[in-house]
Design a protein. Structure first.
Length: 266
């Protein structure tokens, strides 16, 4: 399903909905031509309960998936904010390190913030990750752990810095995992199958006005198509038109620059 993120939302959404509506109309026209005109008896008494069951199953599935992808999207956004906050706090704490560790650590942290925005974020939009950012995380961790404290206060400083380093590294791993993990193909196939069955049973309703029958069918198909678009667009939170932006890291870099231009601490 990742190929859809190459399309802008303004093109993907109407194209998907129109395709589903066109296929639904073609199916209705086929049934009306070859079945409806030859069968005089109504099927409403049979189709009604069945479509109620199928529609309920579809509604539950789609509702569950919308809630699930939104929760994952929101969790991914919060995780990015946590990662950026940990990086900011580590830069603040690095100011208490003696030279040359202070200068080295702060330079690595700023490079990390820059590379995440300029290098890794564009790669994430196509399902990849930055090797340079991975190396920076290792360098930051090595710089923190290589410092040998000479007092209790310095020891506490290293412990806090190591905890923040591990926290933002874990947050990055979670960010990359969120960008790799999507809805299984089997789930998409199941939702599509239930959607086809639901629309298919609408064909069996006996409606006096064919125009009204068409509107009923297209309305249901459009709702299903729009929900599919919503689920697909939010399935991978760092891809597509609705992708999470690196705003938190841009703010981190701006904050660090502002602090360095003033007192050096914040």
């Amino acid at each position: 399903m990742t190929w859809i993120y190459a399309l802008p939302l303004w093109l993907f959404a109407p194209l998907t909905i129109l395709t589903i509506c066109a296929l639904s109309y073609a199916g209705l026209a086929l049934v009306a031509r070859h079945v409806r005109e030859r069968v005089a008896l109504t099927h409403n008494d049979v189709a009604g309960p069945i479509i109620t069951i199928a529609g309920t199953v579809l509604a539950v599935m789609l509702s569950f998936m919308v809630v699930a992808v939104w929760q994952e999207y929101d969790a991914a956004a919060n995780n990015v904010q946590s990662e950026a906050s940990d990086v900011t706090d580590l830069d603040h704490l690095a100011g208490a390190f003696p030279q040359p560790q202070r200068e080295t650590l702060q330079a690595l942290i700023r490079q990390y913030a820059d590379d995440v925005v300029r290098d890794e974020w564009p790669l994430m939009r196509v399902g990849k990750r930055s090797v340079d950012v991975q190396r920076l995380t290792a360098s930051i961790q090595q710089t923190v752990l290589s410092y040998r404290p000479k007092s209790v206060s310095q020891q506490q400083l290293v412990v806090q810095a190591a905890a923040l380093t591990q926290a933002f590294i874990d947050a990055r791993r979670q960010r990359l995992f969120s960008n790799d993990q999507g809805i299984p193909l089997l789930m998409w196939a199941c939702m599509l199958f239930v959607g086809i069955v639901t629309v298919g049973f609408i064909y069996l309703f006996r409606v006096e006005s064919f125009t009204a029958h068409v509107l009923m069918t297209l309305g249901t198909a459009a709702i299903i198509g729009a929900t599919f678009v919503l689920i697909a667009e939010m399935d991978y939170p760092f891809r597509g038109t609705s992708a999470i932006r690196p705003t938190a890291f841009i703010a981190v870099r701006a904050t660090i620059d502002d602090v360095n231009n003033t007192s050096g601490f914040y």
